[in-house]
Design a binder for this molecule. Structure first.
Ligand SMILES: [Zn+2]
Ligand SMILES: [Zn+2]
Length: 129
């Protein structure tokens, strides 16, 4: 699967946490993350809401750019959705496979004071420790 933003091959990262078997696909180039249907919900349960608390956003043009679903064999254009917790956050959801794309800027935009802790927890979670 390739990044919908920069076409780089996505790296699959597996979570071995038994309570939350999640597999995400990460772009090492632009740091965007692809979640298959339901995976973002599982992730939010593990890493706390800070993970999606976004205070600075990628540029409007980037957010509004139409992206093609990386998972569907067709060229399915993903829908722009607003996050329930913060309506300024726009993410892309594929109406066909229900996958979700979060841009790297959206992840990095998380409040700085929470970011350190969150990324450590996320990192541990991602490598299954
Ligand atoms: Zn990318
Ligand atoms: Zn799709």
């Amino acid at each position: 699967m390739n990044c919908p933003r920069c076409a780089t091959l996505l790296n699959t990262v597996e979570c071995t946490e038994p309570s939350a078997p999640v597999e995400v696909d990460v772009c090492m180039e632009c740091e965007g993350i692809w979640f298959d249907e339901g995976e973002l919900d599982k992730l939010e349960q593990i890493v706390e809401p800070q993970f999606v608390e976004i205070r600075q956003l990628p540029s409007k043009e980037l957010q509004e750019m139409a992206l093609v679903c990386p998972s569907c064999p067709t060229t399915e254009i993903m829908e722009k959705k607003r996050h329930d917790r913060d309506e300024q956050v726009i993410y892309d959801e594929c109406s066909n496979c229900k996958g979700i794309w979060l841009d790297g800027g959206e992840l990095r935009a998380i409040q700085q004071e929470h970011w350190g802790k969150t990324i450590v927890r996320l990192g541990r979670w991602l490598i299954g420790k």
